[in-house]
Design a protein around this ligand. Structure first.
Ligand SMILES: Cc1cc2nc3c(=O)[nH]c(=O)nc-3n(C[C@H](O)[C@H](O)[C@H](O)COP(=O)(O)O)c2cc1C
Length: 154
C-alpha cells in the first residue's frame, strides 16, 4: 500500500508551534536569534547551524546553497568557504546576500539580508587554529580555510 504522505499534495501540518507573541518578544534581533539558535542546538545539534546562503552574480543570476554558521562575531554571522568557489566569485562581484535559517523542529525560520566582507586575518587565523588538527589538514587540502563574515542591515 502506498504511503499517502509521499504525495506532497496530501501533506498537512498544523504549524502551531511557530506562532510568535510580538507583545512578549526580545527586542534585540541578535539576542532573539541566539535564543532560537540555542533551542535548535538542543533539539537538533547536528543541523542547527546550517543555513541557506543566497548570492546574486553580476549577470543578476541568483544562487543558493547550504553553508554552516561558524560563529557570531560583533553582530556578524561568520561562515567559511573556499575563495575559488562559485559563491566566492558572486560575493566578489556583488556583496549583497540573503541568509535563511530553517529549524523544522521549532517550526521557525529566520531570514537575514546583509552585505558580506572578509574576516580579518587575525580572526580567521584564530578560528583556524581553534579547529581540530584533522580539520586543519582537510581545510588546507580543500582550500576551505578562507573566511567571510556578514555585516547585517536590520
Ligand atoms: C550540510 C552542509 C553544510 C555545508 N557547509 C558548507 C560550508 O560551511 N562552507 C562551504 O563553502 N560549503 C558548504 N557546503 C557545500 C555547499 O552547499 C556548496 O555545495 C559548495 O560550497 C559549492 O557551492 P558554490 O558552487 O555555490 O560555491 C555544505 C553543504 C551541506 C549539505
Amino acid at each position: 500500500m502506498s504511503n499517502p504522505k509521499k504525495n506532497i499534495k496530501n501533506i498537512r501540518i498544523d504549524y502551531s508551534k511557530s506562532s510568535i507573541d510580538f507583545n512578549n518578544i526580545i527586542d534585540s534581533p541578535f539576542e532573539l536569534f541566539q535564543s532560537w539558535l540555542d533551542l535548535a542546538l538542543e533539539i537538533d545539534p547536528d543541523n542547527a547551524n546550517a543555513f541557506v546562503l543566497s548570492t546574486v552574480s553580476l549577470k543578476n543570476e541568483p544562487s543558493s546553497r547550504v553553508v554552516l554558521l561558524r560563529g557570531i562575531l560583533e553582530k556578524s554571522f561568520v561562515f567559511y568557504t573556499n575563495y575559488s568557489s562559485a559563491k566566492a566569485k558572486d560575493l566578489d562581484e556583488n556583496n549583497n546576500v540573503s541568509l535563511n535559517f530553517f529549524w523544522p523542529y521549532l517550526e521557525k525560520q529566520v531570514r537575514v539580508k546583509g552585505i558580506v566582507s572578509k574576516l580579518s586575518h587575525s580572526d580567521s587565523d584564530a578560528y583556524f587554529k581553534s579547529r581540530p588538527f584533522s580539520s586543519q589538514i582537510g581545510a588546507h587540502s580543500s582550500e576551505q580555510s578562507s573566511s567571510l563574515t556578514f555585516k547585517l542591515f536590520i
